[in-house]
Write a protein that binds this ligand. Structure first.
Ligand code: IPM
Ligand code: MG
Length: 359
């Protein structure tokens, strides 16, 4: 039987994961999903309980699991502790330890939410972009890194942006495969006019493209891509890019859809094992208030069903249930605008569970 590890994390993490858990339990009880479920600690809560953001016990469970559902990590409480103990280190550590190099971040606009976007509805209507972000390399992990003291006594911070051919090739293949199942276009984003690492990135992408004659490859500099995303986002189908550029561009893409609270993500390794998490953070300002939007986490569970558990029909069922509650008019505060009275985190989760029975 497949094993799922749940890592609620910090801030709103436990609240939103609890709602995804309701959906998961409903799928097990009523829709024949057979999985084993375990929980573990990651992030600030793990620092508090075990003195490390990624305890050995969690790493052990993660390595045994077929898929991981993560809430969010981090918060002001842990911002000033030693760098290696920060919650974010736990997240980066688990990505690296499981070699979750392929980060899929879809940015899809729900038609009923077009007015929640800060861009005009006619610019974002029908938006459907897939950002494929490299997740275990680049400047996030490159060596050397650190803060050193120069001869003149001044301190200097440094990091290294580095990509090997094999790293570029495998994320390229992920992007081309994804494009094949979508609009057939890949835009590779780099900074090849300045950086050697991007020059190599571009060259390898061209090489990979030869294996996918049915997919059209284009290149764009990252500054232009940032501009094009807000000027005319619908020109994009699949965007493939490195770790840092992908981090930045995926937040922009998320906001186009009206709420960062609506977007799921998958981080996969070569074997298709994956970690699934909402792309928003732990939102400490609203933690514990029961107002967070659980839909990104619930849709992350949907991605898990599709990509790691081979349950495509159930994945569609979850997606439809989410679409239904949105069409029905339910809104958490982040997507409520001025006209609707918002529902709570738990009410939203309950509504999705109720909608699951309708399909
Ligand atoms: C993300 C987050 C993380 C990242 C942080 C929390 C380390 O911003 O998943 O986009 O930068 O990768
Ligand atoms: Mg980010």
């Amino acid at each position: 039987m497949k094993k799922i590890l749940i890592l609620p994390g910090d801030g709103i993490g436990p609240e939103i994961v609890a709602e995804a858990r309701k959906v998961l339990d409903c799928l097990r009880a009523d829709h024949g999903l057979q999985v084993e479920v375990e929980e573990g600690l990651l992030g600030g809560c793990a620092v508090d309980a075990e003195g490390a953001p990624l305890p050995e016990s969690t790493l052990g469970k993660a390595k045994q699991a077929d898929a991981i559902l993560l809430g969010a990590v981090g918060g002001p409480k842990w911002d000033s502790i030693e760098r290696d103990l920060r919650p974010e280190r736990g997240l980066l550590g688990i990505r690296a330890a499981l070699e979750l190099y392929a980060n899929l971040r879809p940015a899809v606009l729900f038609p009923a939410l077009a007015s929640a976007s800060t861009l005009r509805p006619e610019v974002v209507a029908g938006l459907d972009i897939m950002i494929v972000r490299e997740l275990t390399g680049g400047i996030y992990f490159g060596q050397p890194r650190g803060i050193r003291t120069l001869d003149n006594g001044e301190r200097q911070g440094f990091n290294t942006e580095v990509y090997s051919e094999s790293e570029i090739e495998r994320i390229g293949r992920t992007a081309f495969e994804a494009a094949r199942k979508r609009g057939g276009r890949v835009c590779s984003v780099d900074k090849a006019n300045v950086l050697e690492v991007s020059e190599l990135w571009r060259e390898v992408m061209e090489r990979v493209a030869r294996d996918y004659p049915d997919v059209a490859l284009s290149h764009m500099y990252v500054d232009n891509a940032a501009m094009q995303l807000v000027r005319d986002p619908r020109q994009f189908d699949v965007i493939v890019t490195g770790n840092l550029f992908g981090d930045i561009l995926s937040d922009t893409a998320a906001m186009l859809t009206g709420s960062i609270g609506m977007l799921p993500s998958a981080s996969l390794n070569a074997a298709g094992r994956g970690m699934y998490e909402p792309i928003h953070g732990s939102a400490p300002d609203i933690a514990g208030k029961g107002v967070a939007n659980p839909l990104a986490t619930i849709m992350s569970l949907g991605m898990m069903l599709r990509y790691s558990l081979d349950e495509v029909a159930l994945a569609q069922r979850v997606q439809q249930a989410v679409e239904r509650v949105i069409e029905y008019g339910l809104r958490t505060a982040d997507i409520a605008g001025d006209h609707t009275s918002p529902v709570s985190t738990a009410e939203m989760g309950d509504a999705v569970v109720a909608a699951l029975a309708l399909n």
